[in-house]
Design a protein around this ligand. Structure first.
Ligand code: ZN
Length: 363
């Protein structure tokens, strides 16, 4: 396709949950709602168009044992692209993936630097493993390296306790979050259990990943502070298998993981009902494969979130939350076209007709 070719998307352009247009033009890689004058070659595609999907918890450049080489990272990004994920919030990566920013054919990435965990309290090879005294310095470093986010590991198994336990004393978390905010970065934390949440939220954290430990007494606190959650239900689905693996050595931890898994849908539904912002994240990279965005949206619907809201959690609302445009006039043409209306049946997302990135049809 030459750069002079104009693309026309005809059908239903889902600009917002309540805003639908009949056609959209792509001129020089950008969205326009005005028919171009003197267009040369016009290529038309028809269907239901959504803004490029957002995976708000994804890891590019991370594999089961830590950093992966450039070829593997590229393959991860291409797998996400094929699934229609065109905007990623990378929730921690030990690799330098800046080279992706120069590639017009790969999804856009908002980075959170590298995970920051307590010493020996996370998956080996993933995180900076440090002690509380160094937390502020590491948060400042990752805030400068990233794209406006910092990722903490908020809790993990404490082998001496034999159960999940908070990683950081409250004072350390408070100082670190304040430092990130001073540097213009938002902070999120991996939290499975209940007991790390209050301190982090009262310390001003912006988002919690997984949030399986969100209980009825904590929900109003999250709601009043506007703290978002990214449940990653496709990851939570692996808890029973993890619990089984750790059963003999850590029976308390195992039982805890099972309980968190059993009530996962009620947790997410309770959060949604209370007005807590819920976003789509797959936790791809590390142990999970890339490209699961449609499966995660379906899981949110299973949890009881209405289909249109689950869709918004990977499109309009997610982009707004991350400060990126959707299908607005003049924005980069990042969109996905489907055969049927994804608003009534989110399973449609699993089967994109066309993926358009920076105005080019890439799938
Ligand atoms: Zn993750």
């Amino acid at each position: 396709m030459s750069d002079r070719t104009v693309l026309r998307v005809k059908g239903r352009i889902l600009v917002g949950p309540d805003e639908v247009r009949d056609e959209l033009w792509i001129i020089d890689g950008r969205i326009s709602y005005d028919r171009p004058v003197a267009a040369r070659d016009i290529r038309t595609m028809s269907g239901w168009a959504l803004p490029g999907l957002v995976d708000a918890h994804c890891h590019v450049g991370l594999g089961p044992h830590g950093p992966v080489d450039v070829d593997v990272a590229e393959k991860q990004a291409l797998t996400d692209r094929e699934a229609g994920t065109l905007l990623i919030r990378d929730a921690g990566s030990p690799s330098d993936t800046r080279w992706i920013d120069d590639r017009e054919d790969l999804p856009k990435i908002i980075r959170a630097g590298r995970h920051i965990a307590r010493t020996r309290r996370y998956i080996r090879g993933f995180a900076h493993e440090i002690e509380p005294d160094d937390l502020v310095a590491y948060v400042a470093q990752e805030a400068r390296r990233g794209d406006g986010w910092v990722k903490l590991v908020g809790d993990w198994i404490d082998r001496e306790v034999g159960d999940l336990a908070p990683s950081w004393p409250r004072e350390a978390a408070e100082a670190a979050i304040a430092e990130a905010h001073r540097l213009g970065a938002r902070v999120t934390a991996h939290c499975f259990a209940e007991n790390s949440l209050r301190d982090l939220v009262e310390s001003g954290i912006d988002c919690i990943e997984h949030a399986t430990g969100l209980t009825d007494d904590l929900i109003p606190l999250f709601a009043s502070r506007g703290v978002a959650i990214v449940p990653t239900l496709v990851n939570i689905a692996t808890f029973p298998r993890l619990a089984e693996g750790g059963e003999s050595r850590f029976p308390r931890w195992s039982a805890h993981m099972r309980r968190l898994h059993e009530r996962r849908y009620d947790t997410v539904r309770g959060a949604y009902d209370a007005g807590i912002p819920v976003f789509v994240g797959t936790d791809a990279g590390g142990t999970l494969p890339h490209g699961l965005v449609a499966a995660e949206v379906a899981e949110l619907v299973t949890a009881g979130i209405p289909p249109l809201k689950a869709l918004a959690a990977t499109t309009w609302d997610a982009r707004k939350w991350l400060g990126r445009p959707g299908l607005e006039e003049g924005a980069a043409a990042d969109l996905v076209v489907y055969e049927r209306d994804p608003r009534t049946d989110v399973r449609v997302l699993a089967d994109p007709l066309r993926v358009v990135l920076n105005g080019r049809v890439v799938a």
